[in-house]
Ligand binder design. Structure first.
Ligand code: ATP
Length: 248
């Protein structure tokens, strides 16, 4: 990629109170790349994403296009282009699909009255997202809580895309979804990455699937990276598959 250190994580430490989870991570993601973070339960994958998006504090350095992200609030990180789709999605069940998507736009532009140009921009963003997720367009006036699990995950990703992020952080998008639905979702993530050059960091239990769309992958164990490399190399490494990815 043209900017190999678009996201640069250096000696990142983070945790919860006394619990030190991340023990000094170093990795870079090139602009426009999809990076998978894999590893067993409790390795610190979710914690890594939380540190990148300002949900928890971290020590070390995390720069996005040269700008330090550590020490920012989630709102500040969002304005700098970081969109986080947490595990469990965080959409509002009682609001409609379209209302949930519009919240994503508020995060970018702030609340308050919009001029005509801004309203047009939001309408164009909605249209762009419905283009990726036709099912959301069909259900735009339905309450989010009435959607299937897969549709709710699409909504969470769609809402994040309303931010027009340069960095999209996805935490376990496949959680609780049927394999076919997960595949559909990953194909859409791939399309977004290809069409908008959005840089993606995806944390996944389903390593096989994540490695299909990822360019590079990092395997995390007990808060440290134990393996990094091009996705195809990690996919083809039989021992890696057995030891770290839970397949044989
Ligand atoms: P999983 O796939 O199980 O979510 P993970 O690799 O994402 O695994 P993390 O969720 O980052 O792992 O958790 C790493 C460690 O941090 C675990 O030991 C976990 O118990 C601990 N942890 C996670 N969240 C908190 C929290 N809010 N407070 C205290 N400890 C936490």
């Amino acid at each position: 990629p043209a900017t190999p250190d678009f996201l640069k994580v250096s000696d990142l430490h983070a945790g919860y109170g006394q619990a030190r989870v991340l023990q000094g991570l170093d990795f870079s993601v090139g602009r426009g790349e999809v990076c998978a973070v894999l590893g067993p339960n409790g390795a610190g994958k979710t914690t890594t994403l939380r540190a990148l998006c300002g949900m928890i504090r971290g020590r070390g350095s995390v720069t996005l296009n040269g700008t330090e992200l550590l020490g920012r609030s989630p709102e500040q990180a969002a304005r700098l282009g970081v969109a986080h789709v947490p595990e469990g999605r965080g959409t509002f069940n009682d609001l409609t699909v379209e209302e949930n998507l519009r919240i994503g736009a508020h995060l970018r532009t702030g609340l308050g009255r919009r001029g005509r140009a801004e309203r047009a921009a939001v309408a164009a963003d909605l249209d762009r997202i419905y283009g990726y997720f036709p099912k959301l367009r069909q259900r735009s006036r339905q309450a989010a809580g009435s959607l299937s699990g897969g549709e709710q995950q699409m909504l969470a990703i769609g809402r994040a895309l309303m931010l027009r992020p340069s960095l999209l952080l996805l935490d376990e998008p496949s959680l609780g979804l049927a394999p076919l639905v997960t595949r559909e979702l990953f194909e859409i993530v791939r399309a977004v990455n290809e069409e908008e050059r959005t840089t993606v960091v995806v944390v996944e239990q389903n390593a096989q699937l994540a490695l299909e769309i990822a360019h590079r992958a990092h395997v995390l164990e007990a808060g440290r990276l134990v393996l990094s490399g091009p996705a195809e190399r990690i996919r083809e490494d039989g021992q890696v598959a057995e030891v770290y990815l839970g397949v044989s």
